[in-house]
Design a protein around this ligand. Structure first.
Ligand code: G3H
Ligand code: 13P
Ligand code: ZN
Length: 332
């Protein structure tokens, strides 16, 4: 049993309470490799932001669960080395799919877990989430539950259709499960193709696809039911069109990739939404930088030559999200 407090990590409780009060959101960035982790920590230290490092099942399969856990422990030391004596870093399981996965993360030093029972019938979601909460709270690990289904086509967590969260269910769910935060569905979805072209309008000036707005009425309904309770938004990448263009100009073929406009995320971050999940934007920034670098330097073959600009590009993206979208800078 690894105690996350011993390795300098924190859970989400105090962090979320401050974020809800302060009208900003904590960035939850997925990481799968060292360069992403370095970029996240550098960005968080430079902006003095708390940060959630999230690990998906896909990341655990790709990188190895033990290595990722030690990388997070290293991240705390790295932040201190970069000049931040008391970093606020959460190690969070993203989309935990079973009690066993959550338990294994809790036992190995995670400070927060998500149990994603959103695709289950309501009563089964309640029972599973409650079981995870009971175990997690014995170790002061915080738990994110989910109500409502996000659509998505790219990840292991994909569903063909989305179902918005029903505000009338949230009090019952939170009371029965005891979860510490709640992910809701208001029209975001995972991956770089969040909306079909048919769901969008076309901006006559730029020719770009403009997605439909998020269901802020659902978010307001949830906030009314659970005043001050920490709400989480998944699928919150904005799919920057300059990164998509760079990818496509350098041999890529991303057609009609579209994300959540940043002004909508800014609005959400000022509300009870206190955790915003971003993964795809980092993937796009990394891929664009690598494609561009290799196209410009066909003779390069040392991975450090192309991973360095990729890391710089991700860091720039993370800083932009923290400072210009979520508002979590200068909160340490
Ligand atoms: O929610 C999904 C995250 O973007 C993680 O994706 O399962 O491909 O690692 P992944
Ligand atoms: P994006 O695919 O929009 O980055 O969402 C990531 C996410 O929700 C991780 O849980
Ligand atoms: Zn997600």
């Amino acid at each position: 049993m690894v105690d996350y407090k011993q390795i300098g990590l924190v859970n989400t409780r105090a962090m979320f309470a401050k974020a809800v009060d302060g009208g900003y959101a904590i960035p939850a960035f997925n990481f799968n490799n060292m360069e992403q982790m370095q970029a996240i920590i550098q960005a968080a230290v430079e902006t003095k932001s708390p940060v959630i490092l999230q690990v998906s099942k896909g990341a655990r399969d790709y990188a190895n669960a033990t290595l990722l856990r030690y990388m997070a422990e290293g991240a705390v030391q790295y932040a201190r080395e970069l000049g931040c004596p008391n970093p606020q870093i959460v190690l969070h399981l993203d989309h935990g799919d079973s009690f066993e996965t959550c338990k294994s993360c809790i036992d190995s030093g995670f400070s927060s877990v998500m149990i994603d029972g959103s695709a289950l019938p309501y009563d089964e979601n309640v029972a599973l989430t409650k079981r995870v909460v009971e175990y997690a709270h014995q170790h002061d690990v915080t738990v994110e539950g989910e109500l409502g289904v996000l659509a998505g086509v790219e990840d292991e967590v994909s569903h063909a259709e989305s179902h918005y969260t029903k505000p009338e269910e949230v009090i019952d769910f939170v009371t029965k499960t005891g979860c510490d935060s709640l992910a809701i569905s208001i029209g975001t979805s995972h991956g770089a193709y969040k909306f079909t072209p048919e769901q969008c309008t076309v901006d006559p000036q730029t020719g770009r696809l403009v997605p439909p707005p998020l269901a802020f009425d659902v978010l307001e309904g949830v906030e009314k039911q659970l005043p001050g309770f920490p709400i989480v938004l998944h699928g919150s990448s904005s799919v920057p069109q300059d990164e998509v263009d760079t990818i496509n100009a350098n041999g890529g073929a991303l057609k009609a990739a579209v994300g959540i406009p940043e002004e909508q995320l800014r609005k959400a971050a000022k509300s009870a939404v206190c955790k915003i999940n971003i993964d795809s934007d980092s993937r796009l920034a990394m891929t664009a930088a690598i494609r561009k670098h290799l196209a410009e330097h066909p003779d390069h073959f040392d991975p450090r030559q192309y991973l360095k600009p990729a890391r710089e590009s991700m860091k720039k993206l993370y800083i932009h999200k923290i400072v210009n979208v979520l508002g979590s800078n200068d909160k340490l």
